[in-house]
Write a protein that binds this ligand. Structure first.
Ligand SMILES: [Zn+2]
Length: 404
């Protein structure tokens, strides 16, 4: 089983192209991760995702922990086996959903106490527990538990929250290293029975992917000083790679870009950088320009289900009456299945009729648009023409007025 690694192959300005290697295959970066909340991307099946060229999926620990349970998934051999997806998977820590979905949550130094949004049952999510759950899921990349502030907050809230996230990061790393016995080979031979491959069990946690990597998360709101302090502290703990969290929560785009631009230089150049939860097509291009390698976002899937299609000339809303007799494909510049076979008129009809295929066809197009944008970005970086790609991309998006 190959260990986690990352290699930058091309640099163009601050944009990087690279290859992230995991036990379940390579990810070409910069990469976009479709969101498969419940172990499935809503509206499409894994076969579609493979055909779209998705290298890696994101799945949500909170949802899988509550239902069907990480123990049940571990007993099936882990998330890859359970859902039938052989390629890389990243799982979040569950924190974001606990902070945004759970009922009656309270936070203290130990962790977050919350009640399930499904049945009201009481749970405690600690940094250690988030590591254990993700070990049982066996994702290729596990995220540490961080404290998520709901919206842009003042420094008096952000500083203690960032410091708590840092203390939690140390606890999460300690737990991870204990679980995976990565402190040194001596500890393996001392025990004499460490299996070199496949799953093993310790402290009743079934580790289903011994090659799992763990990413730390930089917090600190929109303050450059707090972001730098958080980055220094998180890198000091030492993770396989680093994410930037707490952005794309309602702050203006240029504020987010400035935070990204200020944070990436504080992160090791030889490790992937993951901007969590962003964003629009413009956000992807602008963040790559500032040194980001990994993205996830619900926009292409969620908005697709709501009838919004991202196109090379800006988003269109297929519900709009003006498309009732429009025979053009959603995006004449797109080569996806939906654009090759469906007119705007047909897609509008399916949406108006509440036909389930409307979700599938819209989602297929939007994911293709996102994944293809990243493909174009990677090509542009390889040929050292990222700046001209970036200019042309923005010019195309603003070619006409958006209607949604
Ligand atoms: Zn298309």
């Amino acid at each position: 089983m190959p260990a986690f690694s990352f290699r930058v192959t091309h640099v163009d300005g601050r944009a990087r192209r690279g290859v992230m290697t995991t036990a379940h295959g390579d990810v070409q970066t910069p990469a976009f991760m479709p969101v498969g909340t419940q172990g499935a991307v809503k509206g499409v099946i894994h076969r579609d995702l493979e055909q779209l060229g998705a290298d890696i999926l994101l799945s949500n620990t909170y949802h899988l922990y509550l239902r069907p349970g990480d123990g049940l998934i571990a007993r099936r051999g882990g998330l890859h086996a359970f859902i039938g997806w052989p390629r890389p998977i990243l799982t979040d820590s569950g924190g974001y959903q606990v902070f945004s979905l759970a009922a009656r949550r309270t936070i203290d130094e130990e962790g977050v106490r919350f009640r399930s949004h499904l049945d009201g049952s009481a749970h405690l999510l600690t940094p250690e527990k988030a590591v254990d759950i993700q070990a049982q899921l066996g994702s290729d990349i596990a995220m540490v538990l961080d404290e998520c502030l709901a919206s842009p907050s003042g420094e008096e809230l952000v500083r203690p929250s960032m410091q708590r996230t840092l203390r939690w990061a140390r606890r999460a790393r300690d737990r991870f290293l204990t679980l995976y016995e990565k402190r040194g080979r001596e500890s393996f031979s001392d025990r004499g029975s460490f299996p070199d491959r496949g799953s093993f069990s310790g402290d009743s946690v079934i580790v289903t992917n011994p090659a799992q990597a763990q990413f730390g998360i930089v917090q600190g709101g929109v303050s450059p000083e707090l972001r730098e302090e958080s980055a220094r502290g998180t890198v000091g703990v030492g993770f396989e790679a680093y994410a930037i969290g707490g952005l794309s929560v309602g702050e203006p785009a240029d504020v987010m870009y400035n935070v990204v631009a200020g944070t990436t230089p504080c992160l090791p150049p030889d490790r992937p950088r993951y901007l969590m939860g962003a964003g629009t097509p413009q956000d992807l291009v602008e963040s790559v320009a500032r040194g980001i390698d990994l993205f996830d976002c619900v926009l292409p899937t969620r908005n697709g289900r709501n009838g919004q299609l991202f196109t090379s000339e800006g988003p269109i809303n297929i519900k709009n009456a003006r498309y009732a007799e429009d025979d053009r494909p959603p995006d004449p510049a797109c080569g996806c299945y939906t654009c090759r076979t469906c007119s705007r008129a047909y897609l509008r009809h399916l949406f108006q009729a509440g036909e389930i295929n409307a979700c599938t066809l819209n989602t297929l197009h939007n994911l293709h648009f996102y994944l293809d944008t990243l493909r174009q970005i990677r090509d542009a970086i390889a040929f050292e023409r990222f700046e001209s790609f970036r200019a042309a991309f923005h010019q195309s998006l603003s070619r006409r007025l958006h209607d949604s």
